[in-house]
Design a protein around this ligand. Structure first.
Ligand code: ADP
Ligand code: NI
Length: 214
C-alpha cells in the first residue's frame, strides 16, 4: 500500500516538475528523496514513509515556483486527500514541507523527519550540483552570473541583497556557504564538508578566471 502511494506520488511530482529549468526539476526531487532516506538509515531515526513522501512533495508549494502559493498548497492538499492518507500522516507531511524551507526561517523544526528532509534539500543546494542549480536558477530569474561592482561580504543579509542588485555568485555568500553550519544531523554534516570545500575552491578558480589571471 505504501509503495503504491509512493509510486503514484512519484508520477504526480514528475508530471508537475518535469519541465522545470530552475534547478527544481524532478531529478532534484529524486536526489533529495535518496539523500533523505540515506540519512534516515545512517541515523537509524525517522519514519521512512513520511520522509519519502515529504521529500517527494517538498517543492510542490514552493513560493519560488508558484505565483499563487495558496493555490499550490490547495493542490498539495488535494493530492494527499486523493491518496486517502490518514489525517495524522497528512498533517505530518504538510508540517515538514511548511517548516523546512530556508525562507521559512524556522529555527526549531517540529520532528526528526523534518530535520532529515531539510538536511537532504540543503545538501542538494551545495557542492557541484548546488553550483549548477544556482546558475540555472539565476539565469531563469534573469540575474547576472556575477556582478564585480557589487561588493561581496560574507555577512550580507538577504534583505540587503533584495534591496540592491544581486548575482548568482553573490547567492553563495547569501546562502550556500552558510548551509554547512545549519545542518541538523551528523550524517549530513559529514557529507557537507567535502561539498563545501568544493564550492570554496570553485569560487577561488572563478575569480581567477574572471580577472584573467593566467
Ligand atoms: P530552499 O527551500 O532551501 O530555498 P530549494 O530546493 O527550493 O531550497 O532550492 C533553493 C535553490 O534555488 C538554491 O540552493 C539555489 O540553487 C537556487 N536559488 C534560490 N535563490 C537564488 C538566487 N537568488 N540566486 C541563485 N540561485 C538561487
Ligand atoms: Ni528543494
Amino acid at each position: 500500500m505504501k509503495q503504491k502511494m509512493i509510486g503514484l506520488t512519484e508520477k504526480y511530482v514528475y508530471d508537475q516538475l518535469n519541465l522545470d529549468a530552475s534547478g527544481h526539476d524532478w531529478f532534484h526531487i529524486d536526489r533529495v528523496r535518496k539523500l533523505a532516506l540515506h540519512i534516515a538509515k545512517e541515523e537509524k531515526r525517522g519514519n521512512a514513509f513520511i520522509i519519502e513522501m515529504a521529500a517527494l512533495l517538498h517543492d510542490i508549494p514552493d513560493d519560488k515556483l508558484n505565483d499563487d502559493v495558496d493555490a499550490a498548497w490547495g493542490k498539495l492538499d488535494d493530492w494527499l486527500q486523493e491518496l486517502k492518507l490518514d489525517e495524522d500522516r497528512v498533517k505530518a507531511i504538510q508540517e515538514i514541507i511548511r517548516t523546512i524551507s530556508y525562507s521559512s526561517g524556522q529555527l526549531k523544526l517540529p520532528s526528526i523527519e523534518a530535520e532529515i528532509v531539510q538536511d537532504a534539500d540543503r545538501l542538494d543546494a551545495i557542492g557541484a550540483i548546488g553550483i549548477a542549480r544556482t546558475f540555472a536558477f539565476g539565469g531563469k530569474k534573469g540575474q547576472p552570473m556575477y556582478d564585480p561592482e557589487l561588493p561581496v561580504r560574507e555577512n550580507m543579509s538577504k534583505m540587503e541583497y533584495r534591496k540592491g542588485k544581486s548575482s548568482s555568485v553573490h547567492h553563495f555568500y547569501e546562502k550556500l556557504l552558510r548551509l554547512q553550519d545549519k545542518l541538523n544531523t551528523s550524517t549530513a554534516k559529514k557529507i557537507a564538508s567535502e561539498r563545501h570545500e568544493y564550492m570554496v575552491g570553485y569560487l577561488k578558480e572563478f575569480y581567477k578566471e574572471w580577472d584573467v589571471r593566467l
